[in-house]
Ligand binder design. Sequence first.
Ligand code: SF4
Length: 423
Amino acid sequence: MKRYHIWTIGCQMNKADSDFVADYLQRAGFSETEIAGEADLVLLNSCVVREHAEAKVVNKLRSLKGLKRSRPDITIALTGCLVDSRIDDLKERFPWVDLFFRPQQWDVFSDWAESYGLPGLTQGETPVPQNPPVSAYVPIIQGCDSFCSYCVVPYRRGRARSRDLVEIRCQVENLVQRGTKEVTLLGQIVDAYGRDLPSKPDLADLLADLNSIKGLLRIRFLTSHPSFMSPKLIQAIADLDKICEHISLPIQAGDNDILKAMKRGYTAEEYGTLVEHIRRTVPDVALSTDVIVGFPGETDEQFARTVEVLCQIRFDKVHIAGYSPRPQTAASRNLEDDVTPETKEARRAHAEAMQHEIATEINAAFLGSTVEVLVEDKKKGKWCGRTRGDKLVFFASEASLMGQLAKVRIDKASPFALQGTLA
Ligand code: SF4
């Protein structure tokens, strides 16, 4: 039996694409191996959103050079955001890689599969695994038209392209029939969904449609963009019973000049007003956000405004990263990366420490309460799953609870997770 090894780094979109390939290969008779050296096909799914991620991918690619030399029969494939239109450059840099395909370039993957003697993929195919996870990712829109000045995504993933609403519903129904209980709809700007489709459905329409699927318990979506989040969508989260009260809404910075230089399209005040509207309409909402520190020209005062906004809004989760210039982007072409690595790290650590305190307080408020958890996994002998607000919860039980909603009384809280007892 042939074996495959898939290595994935980056966002949930990459994870979804890797799952797609894994399922395809399993149906074609392959089995998975954790060891690249034992595989017949090694696929790397890359991310270049940050310099650090790109360096990891390049290291991983280099580590496969010797393997290809000792086992020329192995196929090494590369996809993800490192693969752009300049494939010839990549071929020159990494001649031991046999196949390059851009994210979701399934026609190229399909041609390779056929040349390898495997069945090709049919147009628009969205295979559903035999045993899908309790909580599954479903990409609904690919690419991005926003061109934030620091972001490489539009150059690598292209313009925004939404999937047909009926096709998405069909995929979700198939997943649910095979055991999935929760879906997370994915997009770089998930709330831009439908703008490019002839009938112009929006995310709220899609959510309303999916909400009626029997057996589906929960629906999530990410990532939102403050300029695309409409009152209709916020109302849909409040009205539709399966939509989880959790929004991932990157702010990126708290200073208006930095936001302008980032080309984010909103001010800190507008962001704050949007959050007020969301919290008024969806009172128990959990909010997570992304922040970039050390953007070109960011002063101590400007960074302090970011910290101030984080303190005011009190997010449930904040992902903080130091700025790194990415090729092709407007920021890398026009702005000097003038904040030192030490200052970036100090700002990141400062914001992180403050968020740690906030998350500790927010999570401590759950102590003694009973939450509803969708059980997704068992780790180190404990069941784990998430609340509707995306809090990770661990608890012990002898019974098999996989895929079920469990009521758990919280008796321990940390900034990252909750622990409890089955109620
Ligand atoms: S919205 Fe901005 S940060 Fe997000 S993917 Fe698009 S360009 Fe990148």
